[in-house]
Design a binder for this molecule. Structure first.
Ligand code: FAD
Ligand code: GLY
Length: 378
């Protein structure tokens, strides 16, 4: 592949991760990024690596993909931190899912049963046992599930590291360079149209997050069914006495928004997130921020006193079945890597390794085979 030219549309974690793997293998890669690299969903995310906490019984292939990606994280972190010469804040303190009222405990028990049916390594804790792990938890916490192997990474550091590693290994990156159109001739993708004209490519990878369906030039039948799902977020500054180590997630049977709290090594406490079908709207709302602050305060009352550092909203790329769309398409030389929805940070290693392998060898590995576009074409 060394003499072949690969173009990637989109410079989020997915485009950068695939690009990095390809340039490391000696390929010639160009990423076109419409805005600033990695500043869309990949920047907005919380960085939870949570296949167990987010497991759903009806999504066993996705659970397997998530667990596989999590298992590859240590190798991914070592290689990326070495190439980028920086830490990406990978932390392995585990996750507590907590309930605060009897209704929550019922919902929690339901989740726990489902996790056990899936054979997941989770533990039921009383409120007291949960507070032994995280003493700042509210005395109202009635029960918890401990997902000891659901970790986190600092996604903003990972974006920065990926850009650095990709460029250091020889990858070309054009920012403020939107791909206006994918050019297809006789059933084969031949390149892209940008503001600088036609750019020829031997392989094209569409990794444009929630905008993937908007890139022109695709036949209607194969436009990836991806939509934006808005998430409002905020960050607090942890202070002495409010130190949290685990990721904490609430189950709130009676409220519209369950929250999560993700403690960063630099002292930031990320609180998220709403889940809203509002198209491409990224405005913050008082109701959204209120729900986050209330949820954080209920879980950890001491958050009431913490300085508010930042608020933001991002757009998750959700597919029609909320699973990613990975692999070949009916168009020769056109590959999709999109629709990672709530788990794109978790799924970055497996997506990057397996899509790079597909580009280099033409082989679709078993682990990504269930996620090809053809599941929507039947
Ligand atoms: P993006 O990061 O959105 O990147 C796509 C890029 O493509 C953008 O930079 C965009 O500018 C560019 N682009 C678009 N159109 C074009 C074009 N025509 N030409 C060139 N470039 C183009 N995942 C987890 O695993 N754990 C979490 O805890 C987590 N929390 C989240 C919380 C929130 C609030 C949100 C919004 C998401 C969260 N996610 C989480 C999901 C995760 O962030 C995404 O699944 C992941 O970032 C998707 O990466 P991406 O590279 O596909 O998309
Ligand atoms: N996975 C967390 C979120 O999407 O909000």
């Amino acid at each position: 592949m060394a003499h072949k030219k690969i173009i990637i549309i989109g410079g989020g974690v997915i485009g950068l991760g695939i690009g990095w793997q390809l340039v490391k293998a000696g390929a010639s890669v160009t990423i076109h990024e419409r805005g600033e690299t990695g500043r869309a969903a990949s920047w907005a995310a919380a960085g939870m690596l949570a296949p167990l906490a987010e497991a759903h019984t009806e999504e066993s292939a996705l659970l397997k993909l998530g667990c596989e990606s999590l298992a590859r994280y240590p190798q991914w972190v070592d290689a990326l931190e070495s190439d980028a010469e920086m830490s990406i804040g990978y932390r392995a303190e585990g996750t507590l899912i907590i309930g605060l009222e009897p209704d929550d405990t019922h919902q929690l028990r339901h989740l726990y049963t489902a996790q056990q049916d899936l054979g997941l390594d989770v533990e039921w804790l009383s409120g007291r046992e949960a507070r032994e792990i995280e003493p700042v938890l509210s005395p109202r916490v009635t029960a918890a599930i401990h997902c000891a192997t659901d970790y986190q990474v600092d996604n903003r550091l990972m974006v920065t590291a990926l850009q650095h590693a990709y460029q250091t290994c020889g990858g070309m990156l054009y920012e403020k360079s939107a791909v206006e159109k994918i050019v297809i001739e006789n059933g084969t993708a031949t390149g892209v149209q940008t503001q600088d004209g036609f750019q020829a490519a031997d392989r094209l990878i569409l990794a444009a997050g929630c905008w993937s369906a908007q890139v022109k030039g695709l036949p209607d039948t194969i436009v990836p069914p991806v939509r934006p799902v808005k998430g409002q977020m905020l960050a607090l500054q942890m202070e002495a006495g409010i130190a949290i180590n685990s990721v904490i997630r609430t189950v709130r049977a009676r409220y519209p928004t369950s929250v999560y709290l993700v403690p960063r090594t630099d002292g930031r406490l990320i609180v998220g997130a709403t889940s809203e079908e509002m198209g491409f709207d990224t405005r913050l709302t008082s109701g959204g921020v209120f729900e986050l602050l209330r949820g954080a305060w209920e879980a950890v009352p001491g958050t009431y006193e913490l300085p508010l550092l930042e608020t933001w909203a991002g757009l998750r790329p959700g597919s029609r079945d909320n699973a990613p769309i990975l692999g070949k398409t009916p168009i020769n030389n056109l590959i999709y890597a999109t629709g990672h929805y709530r788990n794109g940070i978790l799924l970055t290693p497996v997506t990057s390794y397996e899509i790079a392998k597909l580009v280099l060898t033409g082989e679709t590995s078993e682990i990504i085979a269930p996620f090809q576009l053809d599941r929507f074409l039947k």
